[in-house]
Every structure is written in C-alpha cells, then in structure tokens.
Design a protein. Structure first.
Length: 291
C-alpha cells in the first residue's frame, strides 16, 4: 500500500508564511471545534502538496493558552493532511543545546492547564497510546533536512510544556531540569495529543532561542532577546522545511499512527452520541466510515 503525501506544517513563533510554496493560496477551513488560528496556506513544494498553518496567526496575535489546537488539527485533517511537521521556539534546559540549535522532540512532559486536550468525550470515549508521541520517521527526515540546510541538530529531546504566557520562575526552571526536560515551550501540548487522536503522524522541530532562567550566568530571557534569535532561526526553518519536503520518498507508505484509533474506542455502539460523532467526521472519519 502506498499513497500521496500531504504535509501539514504548523508554524511557530517567527514562522508565519512559507515563501517556497508554489501556487500558494490562503484558504479558509471551517471546523466544528471552533476557529483555527488562521486560514491555511495551500500550495506545493515540488510535487508534494503542503498545507501551512501559523499557530499564533499572522502577526502573532494569539496567546499560547488560547490557541485552539483542536480546531487547528481538525482543519489540517480536513485540508487532506497525511502528516504534520510542527515548528516551535523553545528555551533550553540543557547546557548542550545552545541558542540557534534545532532540536527534534521525542517525549513530552505536559504542565499546561485547562486546555481542551481531546476530541473525544462522553458518548464516544477513546484512549489512544501516547507512549511514543512523535513520529520517528518524520523526525529523522527532518533532522537530516536541518543538516542539509546548514544547521546543527540534536534529537531525542524531552519537551516541557508550560501554560505561559509568562516565562518560568528560576525555581521551576531548575525543577524541570531535574525532571529530565531538555527544552521548554508553551504550545506543543495538547497539539501533539490531538494529532495522535486524529491519526496524524506528528514531528516537532524546536528551535532554541535562549537558555531558560536556570542558567544564572545568563541574563533572564526577554522578548527582545527571543525576537532577535527568532529572526535568525526562521530562515533556517524555512530552508529545512523545503529540504524536508523535497527529500520525502516518492510514495507514502503507511505508518502505524495512521491506525491509532484501532481498539481505542471503548463506548458501546448503541451509546454513541450522534452530535459528537458529527463533529468527529474528519479526525475519526476512517474509523466511523469503517475504513
């Protein structure tokens, strides 16, 4: 079995458009889960279809805790995406991950609060596995693309997701290091959880902007510092995305994540909530249609 790639790119801080896209057009995609962060920029790189969504909206107008991750993932699924590569700015909790470094995330610690973290609920209960929350093959291809773009990359990192929008206290920053976190950010959760629930393989390339405040010989992080490094990182991110898409295999072979909902739904058929099922027509469409 093989198929066509349709790559969803979620752009983080500093990445609000993709100049490499050919035949590009902003298209509004409606979602029953609310309003996505922005329209979706549709186009292609080479022969591969790409769907780009700026996580904070163009102009960076949405605070991390108010990003509608459910609507974003649902809209990308409706736009035909088969896989997602997300990009995020992060602080470093690790001496070996300096500003400017690209870091591929393998694991998460989620300390966000009050954000809707699932598409499923009363009337259609599903429990997907999050043991390995990112897609190994996408992550490896992206790491290779960073090197093609002339950047330095580290992999296997653990991402600490905090609520924000404030940066951490020094005590929190030191605690997160003790927990084994390598980078810290405000947006990748529940995004990664929702991608898994939508059966979308998800990789996260983070770009370090600063050392978090645990490092006492460095000045505490400021917005000015972050923006300066963001500008340097964003060009490398664009080049990486272009290399990543251009070097994908010609045909997409299935991923186990394509079937993440298999054996995950526990609610008896006769107890299914039809209103909820109607909202799940995109994210769980394969399952609901018996695919």
């Amino acid at each position: 079995m093989s198929g066509e790639w349709v790559i969803g790119i979620i752009g983080g801080s500093g990445l609000y458009k993709l100049d490499a896209l050919e035949d590009q057009q902003w298209i509004e995609v409606s979602s029953p889960w609310g309003t996505p962060s922005d329209e979706i920029l549709c186009g292609r790189i080479g022969h591969t279809k790409v769907r780009f969504l700026p996580r904070h909206g163009r102009g960076h107008r949405i605070v991390p805790g108010e990003v509608n991750a459910r609507a974003n993932i649902d809209a990308l699924k409706r736009a035909g995406c088969t896989d997602i590569l997300a990009v995020s700015a992060v602080g470093s909790l690790n001496d070996d991950l300096p500003p400017g470094r690209a870091v591929m995330v393998e694991q998460f610690i989620d300390q966000t609060k009050g954000r809707p973290a699932s598409f499923y609920g009363t009337g259609f209960v599903a429990h997907v596995s999050m043991a390995d929350p990112t897609c190994a093959r996408l992550s490896q291809w992206c790491a290779d693309a960073v090197e093609m773009a002339g950047g330095e990359v580290s992999d296997g990192a653990t991402y600490m997701a905090i609520e924000g929008p404030q940066f951490s206290t020094r005590a929190e920053s030191k605690l997160y290091r003790q927990w084994g976190a390598d980078v810290i950010g405000m947006t990748a959760m529940p995004e990664a959880r929702l991608a898994r629930e939508a059966e979308l393989p998800y990789a996260l390339m983070t770009l370090v902007t600063d050392y978090d405040c645990w490092k006492e010989d460095e000045e505490p992080v400021s917005v000015d510092q972050v923006i300066e490094q963001l500008n340097a990182n964003s060009e490398m991110a664009r080049k990486t995305i272009e290399h990543f898409v251009k070097t994908l295999p010609e045909h997409r072979s299935p991923s186990p994540i394509d079937f993440a909902l298999e054996d995950s739904v526990i609610t008896a058929v006769e107890m299914h909530d039809k209103t909820l099922l109607a909202k799940l027509d995109a994210v769980a469409g394969r399952l609901l249609q018996g695919g």
